[in-house]
Design a protein around this ligand. Structure first.
Ligand code: SAH
Ligand code: F3S
Length: 455
């Protein structure tokens, strides 16, 4: 439905352009937005905003830069709307949740505004916009309603994300998530299991349980008052026929339990890789961040996990330049990194977020210093990740075949448990198979291997 076809809105196809900012949760939500629109309307996804009838920006406000990008993008989209007045512009995600009506004030050409918890209403918001000729805003947090309205995705690969909880109740002093996504709400236990069983029936082999704090999962079991935790959920998922690999992200050190350590002993389908954000290695900074653990406690959690699962690889998020961070504090972060040994991780310069407690703490460091610390930290982590890759040379790795190699259509690619992409030649395995591969070459971003026919 482009330009002159606008009278036939209901019978025509909508070209949809969607841009996702920020985190995995947003990637997941964007896929769901497409699935939801696809069940209500005839749509086609386009790669150029100029060709779209509906443009959706799924925004992120975790750091200032991400937020700024949204408004500069909207400026460009305004020009497209001047050419095509029937264009529907939607702003979703955390900037929408935080700014609400302000978005329409600042960009009156925006048609719909929705939050992370109202993605299931996108289609009806568009309909109301067309019917009433007024911008529509819904940034409410209607508990778990979102999940009830989400259709099963189109299966195109053997891996899938399954959101098990929404929001966060940890209120780290630097973070907007509890304000933009709401507090922790878990999906009912059986809903999650049914969705995964459905996915498995449709060929999914690997699932990643998704949420801001998946190990804070507390799902009600049926009509009872009983509650399942993450460990119990993992045990049940492990028994679902067809599911071969289980991942989860993100988890919080404060919610690590003995039962989760036991899961690493008892559940071989749980990968030997864990993303467990530490943020800093200085107890003074961890306390100012309100993370709720000390660096010794974090190290002890990692020790317990590695006792349960020898060789477990761990990745993390780090923030440098938190207000009050001295060189000595920063050195404690480097020392913790040396001690623990991390795989590929994420690191950020602290970004003051309006409305969060840390935004009021005086900032003692120049941008120069923060940038230098970020570079020092990243170079240490990169060295550690490289060493991990290097240590995989000549080893046999179990990989899940995800598709055809990017650079060679005659080869296949898959991932190791610690997310290394492996390319290899193969003529009798299929996408979705788990195979043992001998690693023969380490490149900067990928590995090469040979299929082990002796398996
Ligand atoms: N739920 C996750 C984090 C979600 S946000 C947890 O358990 O920690 C993803 C990452 O963004 C955080 O781990 C943190 O490293 C970073 N981040 C969040 N707020 C930030 C801010 N104000 N400035 C810089 N980085 C931030
Ligand atoms: Fe943010 Fe801390 Fe939660 S980083 S998402 S408030 S655990």
């Amino acid at each position: 439905m482009h330009k002159k076809d606008s009278e036939n809105k209901n019978i025509n196809k909508y070209n949809v352009y969607i841009k996702t900012f920020g985190c995995q949760m947003n990637e997941y939500d964007s896929e769901k937005i497409i699935d939801i629109l696809g069940t209500k309307k005839q749509i086609e996804i386009v790669k150029q905003a100029e060709k779209a009838d509906i443009i959706i920006l799924n925004t992120c406000s975790i750091r200032e830069k991400a937020q700024e990008k949204v408004f500069s993008d909207l400026g460009r989209i305004k020009e497209i709307k001047e050419e095509n007045p029937n264009l529907i512009i939607g702003v979703g995600g955390c900037v929408a949740s935080q700014e609400g009506h302000e978005i329409i004030k600042r960009a009156p050409y925006v048609d719909i505004v929705f939050g992370p918890q109202t993605i299931h209403k996108v289609s009806s918001l568009i309909d109301s916009r067309i019917l009433n000729n007024k911008p529509q805003i819904d940034i409410s947090f209607p508990e778990i309603e979102k999940f009830d309205s989400i259709p099963l995705p189109k299966i195109t690969k053997p891996t899938a994300f399954v959101s098990i909880m929404e929001g966060c109740s940890k209120y780290c002093s630097f973070c907007v998530v509890p304000y933009t996504r709401g507090t922790e709400v878990s999906r009912p236990f059986e809903d999650v299991l049914l969705e995964i069983a459905d996915l498995a029936n449709n060929g999914i082999k690997e699932i990643t349980l998704l949420g801001q704090n998946v190990n804070a999962y507390r799902g009600v079991i049926g009509q009872s008052k009983e509650i399942a935790d993450l460990a119990m959920l993992l045990e049940y998922i492990h028994e679902i026929p067809g599911i071969e690999r289980i991942r989860y992200t993100t988890s919080h050190p404060r919610e690590m339990t003995k039962r989760i350590y036991d899961a690493y002993v008892n559940l071989p389908k749980l990968v030997s890789f864990l993303h467990l954000p530490v943020q800093s290695g200085s107890d003074k900074i961890l306390s100012a961040m309100k993370r709720g653990y000390s660096s010794i406690e974090y190290k002890s959690i990692i020790r317990n996990l590695r006792t349960a699962r020898p060789g477990l690889k761990v990745s993390s998020d780090f923030i440098v330049g938190f207000p009050g961070e001295t060189e000595d504090d920063f050195k404690k972060t480097l020392a913790l990194i040396e001690d623990v040994g991390f795989d590929t991780s994420f690191s950020f310069i602290y970004s003051p977020r309006p409305g969060t407690p840390a935004a009021n703490i005086p900032d003692i460091n120049s941008h120069e210093i923060k940038l230098q610390r970020l570079q020092r930290l990243q170079s240490l982590i990169n060295d550690q990740a490289k060493n991990i890759s290097q240590s995989m040379l000549h080893s046999t790795q179990r990989i899940l075949i995800e598709g055809v190699s990017k650079n060679n259509a005659n080869e296949l690619m898959g991932r190791t448990e610690n997310n290394r992409v492996v390319n290899f030649a193969c003529n009798n395995s299929n996408i979705g198979d788990l195979v043992d591969i001998k690693i023969t070459q380490i490149n900067s971003n990928t590995l090469r291997g040979e299929i082990n026919y002796a398996q």
